[in-house]
Structures are given as structure tokens and as C-alpha cells.
Design a protein around this ligand. Structure first.
Ligand SMILES: [Zn+2]
Length: 116
């Protein structure tokens, strides 16, 4: 008995005629899962480009006609990536700039304030 294929992807043409939509329309069949409309091997996950956005629609409840999860993937767009500021520009203790501050110790530290 070899390994069994449990998942199948169906890449088909988009049902939308609008030129702004993607031509790709991805459905995922998972063995043993069904939808209200399809018995067994139901297409329970759908990825589509619609209305200028990528969407993932999931039918996680076999007794529900509408998708249980509709995910707008817009926040995953590369241009939304936050560039982490790896070099802090200010000290956390007093917000003094890193390149100038703490020459005479932290102004927020009372021990250092007394020495000046
Ligand atoms: Zn400080």
C-alpha cells in the first residue's frame, strides 16, 4: 500500500469576464471533506482574484451553503511589509538620540543628574 493522494488542486479559468480579474481560479479538493453541494472530495477551499483583491474562501462547515471564512489577502501584499528598524535611533529610557545622548549618562537617572 503506497501513499495516498489526499489533496487535489483544480486550476481553472476564472468565471469572471471582467479583464481586471485574474484568469486563474484555484479550488482545492480534500479527500473526505465535502460541501453542501458536493458529496465527498468537495472543493472546500477557493483562491480567487476578485474586485482587485485576492480572496481565500473556505467552506469549513458541510451544512452551510455560504463560505464560513472569507479572507481578504490585501494585508499580505508585499508593499504592506513593515521594514523593521533594526538599529534603534533613540534610547528607550529618555528618548535621547543614540548618536548624541548619554554622553554624561542618562538624564532620567537621578545618580547621573547629580554629577553634572
Ligand atoms: Zn536615557
Amino acid at each position: 500500500m503506497g501513499k495516498q493522494t489526499m489533496i487535489k488542486t483544480i486550476l481553472s479559468d476564472s468565471p469572471y469576464t471582467d479583464a481586471n480579474q485574474s484568469d486563474d481560479f484555484l479550488e482545492i479538493e480534500i479527500k473526505g471533506l465535502g460541501t453542501l453541494a458536493e458529496q465527498g472530495d468537495g472543493r472546500t477551499v477557493l483562491v480567487e482574484f476578485y474586485d482587485d483583491k485576492w480572496w481565500v474562501r473556505v467552506w469549513a462547515d458541510i451544512n452551510q451553503e455560504d463560505p464560513t471564512h472569507i479572507i481578504d489577502m490585501s494585508r499580505a501584499l508585499e508593499h504592506n511589509r513593515d521594514i523593521p528598524n533594526l538599529e534603534p535611533t533613540h534610547y528607550n529610557c529618555c528618548q535621547a538620540p543614540r548618536d548624541l545622548g548619554h554622553m554624561f549618562g542618562c538624564p532620567n537617572n537621578s545618580e547621573n543628574a547629580g554629577e553634572s
